[in-house]
Design a protein around this ligand. Sequence first.
Ligand SMILES: [Fe+2]
Ligand SMILES: [Fe+2]
Length: 324
Amino acid sequence: MTTQSAQAPPPERLQEDFDATIAHDQRIEPRDWMPDGYRGTLVRQIAQHAHSEIIGMQPEGEWIGRAPSLRRKAILLAKVQDEAGHGLYLYSAAETLGTDRAELTQRLIEGRQKYSSIFNYPTLTFADVGVIGWLVDGAAICNQVPLCRSSYGPYARAMVRICKEESFHQRQGYELLMTMMRGTDAQREMVQDAVDRWWWPSLMMFGPPDDASPNSARSMAWKIKRHSNDELRRRFVDMTVPQAEKLGVTLPDPELRRNEQSGRYDFGTPDWDELTRVIKGDGPCNAERMRRRRSAHEDGAWVREAATAHAAKQAARARKEAAA
Ligand SMILES: [Fe+2]
Ligand SMILES: [Fe+2]
């Protein structure tokens, strides 16, 4: 027996330790042993989340130059920058699992990794900026607050800060809509039209229904995910309906009503065929989002080359100083 194999715990023991950590609601950290499936699931989920933050800058970014006042421009600029920051935290969290950010970006631009379906819808008016803040960031909060307790340490910690910022995004969106609802009839119509277009895609952000989401159960057993897609979707509806009433908009679902027994809301079924089409690349803006992401990557090539050359120069200087 070699010294190394005498020191390494047997595989069953590693699995037992991992299972015990999960069972005790403790965190798995980058240097801990983890099953390949756990690592692969996390890389896929965190990368998809990171890509969504970065692609999600596009629909709202289109309105920075057209915001109606300096104040609205400053708020929107800060929000879009926050999303870039979220992407960076998440790529860093993915790198702790032994992946490389450049490789993840490559997978995105080659269409081998996905991003959230929601960002394949167009932003037609400035009211869309408010509705994205209210509904899309609101749905993101419902999804992400439980991820602050995810079993993988770096992911859970990244989510704490991200959720604080998402909460601010939701409030700024709601405040913008409230301002428009106090304005003219044309502004109120603009808000209602945006709500009509974004409501169903927002519900689809939670993914397919539980019986069509085969990987969910495994993610929940590993405590990467804490609640099922359908439960998160219900929580979002429960949270949002009273806000819609206060705002004075109608949610475009004739089946939406309060269930007196459960105290929660019953609601209609999203068009799952639409979700499948959008995920497969056939949404209104998929091609445009990918085209812009690819061209931004190509335009940034010189920055990456310059940063690499600078790092090499610094390293050479450090070596020379160490040798002197
Ligand atoms: Fe974000
Ligand atoms: Fe956000």
